[in-house]
Design a protein around this ligand. Structure first.
Ligand code: GLN
Length: 559
């Protein structure tokens, strides 16, 4: 009996799909997403078509309804799906564009099963947690694999083995393996602690994780041993014996300086060989091509550049910063490498500017200032005063979404002279609603339809010739990803432009202002975008706005 039709009937390259599940052992936060992405880069270098799927076990239908300090960055796809930051890693490492079928959560899977049940699509049958939930998971995996016509589909199961939350996803994986034993492989990314007082790597937690995975009916084929330092032969042998894995399929994955080295390290350490052997794939020599050039560029980029990031989600300790702003950080890196620079980021909590524990004049010491996206009122006045400082002191400025809206408010207040100008998001009674909600958004807010209803995903924009934006992109028509409810209020455009503010990018119908900037004779680089350019920055394709900003920062440093 065939449970699922994964096109294995005719074995040809176009329907002989392979699947690699990546699961996490011992604990989260050890780089499962980067590992999955790096496996993808490696397999692509071996000439295979690869796509990647992220499974998050939470009930939220998407990542859009979670606070950034709780969940990290919300990564928006072209099609508007609000997903996990790992989707950003996949897009960057695979240099590809993914769609909403590549992302699933428990909420999303149940929602679909319940929708079908309400439509009588189960024909009067009992609809059961098992197998109907895993079957829906597999249906999605199949669509994603088919859409990408992938030789190999990577499926990263979020969370850690042993949690209740991801058990149905593991069950789906087990079912697929049972049906297609030769076409499914399991990679367990596991953490090996090295307690300071012992001074050596311990394998026991990973042994337990492997056994826990066994109790879900799954045997790991490969163990990616994440640890501070490389594992030695003794530990490799132990892991192999007790986790029931071939010794050469235990791959050492120590901490590295740059995550972009990892695909190359994996190939050197035999992961590519292991995967093609297990899945019976053609073993072409890995040709990393442009990826290698990029990695080399990143190593020779050493000119120091100081960039300040002024934001509002800096309250939960330093360690979350890289999660909340990961795409911004990476976008800055890619563009810096382009010009041989190594950007050092300094984080400013805008609330410190408000409380007076820090002064905006500290920004003088930086080559450029970035204000990333955000929501709500906290820290907003601190950001506005920081923006004023960068404008008046001619420090290169890049504003992303909220960073563009607040720059426009600053200009309205301090140059146009509209006292109390604001966004209605923060002050609904402002005398000058420079940033206001769009009509269709007003309805959604009134009806409390708030999940997945922002202006989301890709929209086209037209650029004005002779502007910084046009110079950066070198073309008139662009497409960028959005995530916001508020917009520049058309009622104020004339006043702002009369005072020297330039809307250099607009929606094709000219109703929505997508990029705002100051002309080059007024400021070396002052630009904000209503969209999030960082979501489309790729190692092999740095984003033109970030590159223009970084070039201006290099220029400031030179002077
Ligand atoms: N809070 C603003 C809005 O909703 C900006 C959003 C953002 O920065 N992503 O329009």
């Amino acid at each position: 009996m065939t449970l699922f039709s994964f096109g294995k009937e005719k074995r040809s390259r176009d329907n002989n799909r392979k699947f690699i599940f990546v699961v996490g052992g011992v604990m989260s936060g050890v780089g499962k997403g980067i590992a999955t992405s790096s496996v993808g880069t490696l397999l692509e270098a071996k000439g295979l078509r690869v796509t990647a799927i992220k499974i998050d076990p939470y009930i939220n239908v998407d990542a859009g309804t979670m606070n950034p300090t709780e969940h990290g960055e919300v990564f928006v796809l072209d099609d508007g799906d609000e997903t996990d930051q790992d989707m950003g890693n996949y897009e960057r490492f695979l240099n590809t564009t993914l769609t909403r079928i590549n992302y699933m959560t428990t909420g999303r899977v149940y929602q679909e099963v319940i929708r079908r049940e309400r439509n009588l699509e189960y024909g009067g049958k009992n609809v059961e947690v098992v197998p109907d939930i895993p079957l829906e998971v597999l249906r999605r995996i199949k669509i994603a694999a088919d859409n990408a016509n992938a030789d190999v589909t990577l499926i990263e199961i979020g969370g850690t083995i042993g949690e209740y939350q991801n058990i149905l996803f593991l069950e789906a994986a087990r079912m697929l393996k049972q049906e297609y034993p030769d076409d499914v492989a399991f990679v367990m990314v596991s953490y090996l602690p090295m307690p300071r007082n012992i001074g050596e790597i311990k394998t026991k937690p990973t042994q337990y994780a492997a056994r826990s995975l066994n109790s879900a009916g799954i045997q790991a084929d490969i163990i990616l041993a994440r640890s501070e330092v490389p594992i030695d032969e003794k530990r490799r042998a132990k892991l192999a014996l007790f986790c029931n894995v071939r010794p050469e399929h235990v791959i050492s994955a120590p901490d590295v300086d740059s995550i972009y080295d990892i695909p190359l390290n994996y190939e050197r350490d035999g992961l590519g060989d292991a995967l093609v052997t297990i899945l019976d794939l053609p073993n072409n020599r890995a040709d990393f091509g442009k990826w290698k050039t990029f990695v080399e560029k990143s190593k020779t980029a050493t000119k120091p550049l100081k960039i300040a990031v002024v934001g509002k989600y800096f309250d939960s300790g330093d360690f979350v910063l890289s999660d909340v702003y990961i795409s911004v950080i990476e976008a800055i890196k890619f563009s810096s490498f382009e010009v041989g620079a190594k950007a050092e980021l300094t984080w400013f909590n805008s609330k410190d500017f408000e409380k007076g524990t820090k002064d905006v004049s500290e920004l003088e010491n930086f080559d450029g200032v970035v204000v990333p996206g955000g929501f709500g009122s906290s820290g907003v006045e601190g950001i506005i005063s920081a923006i004023r400082y960068t404008r008046e002191n001619k420090i290169p400025y890049l504003g992303l979404c909220y960073g563009m809206q607040l720059a426009t408010i600053e200009y309205a207040r301090n140059v146009v002279g509209l006292a109390g100008a604001h966004t209605t998001e923060v002050n609904p009674d402002t005398p000058h609603p420079i940033i206001a909600v769009m009509d269709e958004q007003r309805e959604k807010i009134a009806q409390k339809k708030l999940g997945g209803t922002m202006r989301l995903g890709k929209y086209p924009a037209s650029l004005k010739k002779g502007t910084q934006a046009y110079a950066a992109y070198g073309k008139e028509e662009i497409s960028e990803r959005h995530r916001h409810r508020y917009e520049v209020n058309p009622a104020y455009i004339e006043k702002l432009e009369a005072a020297g503010y330039v809307f250099s990018g607009q929606s094709p119908d000219r109703k929505l202002m997508e990029i705002a900037e100051l002309p080059k004779d007024a400021h070396p680089f002052f630009l904000g975008s209503q969209f999030h350019p960082e979501l489309k920055a790729r190692p092999l394709d740095p984003h033109p706005l970030f590159t223009a900003f970084i070039k201006a920062a290099v220029e400031r440093k030179r002077k």
